[in-house]
Design a protein around this ligand. Structure first.
Ligand SMILES: [Zn+2]
Length: 56
């Protein structure tokens, strides 16, 4: 079965603000949501750090 290709879906990358590792990918949701800093676990820092959205 062929999958529908309805155009590329936009993804945001969540980047650790401390070591700049890109740890998470999330589908883009709200059009004009401000850039958020999210607390996520960074495997490089080995602790929770702020992650910010980054587009390609
Ligand atoms: Zn980090």
């Amino acid at each position: 079965m062929a999958k529908k290709k309805g155009g590329a879906r936009e993804y945001l990358t969540l980047e650790c603000t401390e070591c700049a590792a890109r740890n998470y990918r999330t589908p883009r949701r709200m059009k004009d949501s401000p850039k958020l800093a999210l607390k996520k676990y960074c495997k490089v820092c080995r602790r929770h750090t702020a992650h910010k959205e980054r587009k390609k």
